[in-house]
Design a protein. Structure first.
Length: 137
């Protein structure tokens, strides 16, 4: 299968998380699981908002799930929505209880779902399956 056809069927999971142990746990889980919503998944991690914003990750023909730590990125979502066509980018926010008010605001405007920390990665996988089903199928 040509690479472009494979990319069209693949979901790229973008993990933006500043805690190295959480970031590694998520990367390991999804790399091993190898799918989101029955589509192959490619995992790319970022440890800071700046690193994420500077990377050339967006390609309009691909589908993305952005898994964003609220502590480093909720304020970034309006900017991203103006820079990229978000019809192919689903956003899930990972947050602590202290930020639920800001997350609820983001849900009204830019995000598809959120999950409170701490969480089980298996639960996150199931939630991302649902988000991707709604967005990409």
């Amino acid at each position: 299968m040509p690479a472009s056809a494979l990319d069209a069927e693949m979901i790229t999971l973008l993990i933006v998380e500043n805690d190295p142990s959480v970031r590694q746990q998520l990367e390991d889980f999804f790399s091993t699981r190898s799918f989101i919503s029955d589509k192959p998944v490619r995992v790319i991690t970022f440890h800071t908002r700046q690193q994420f914003l500077e990377e050339d990750w967006y390609h309009p023909e691909e589908d993305y799930v952005l898994l964003l730590a609220s502590s480093i990125g909720i304020d970034t979502l309006p900017f991203l929505k103006t820079k990229y066509d978000f019809r192919n980018v689903a956003v899930m926010i990972m947050t602590g209880e202290e930020e639920t008010e800001r997350v609820e605001e983001a849900l009204r405007e830019e995000a598809e779902d959120y999950l409170l920390k701490p969480f089980r990665v298996e639960d996150l996988g199931e939630r991302l399956d649902g988000v991707a089903d709604r967005m990409f199928i």
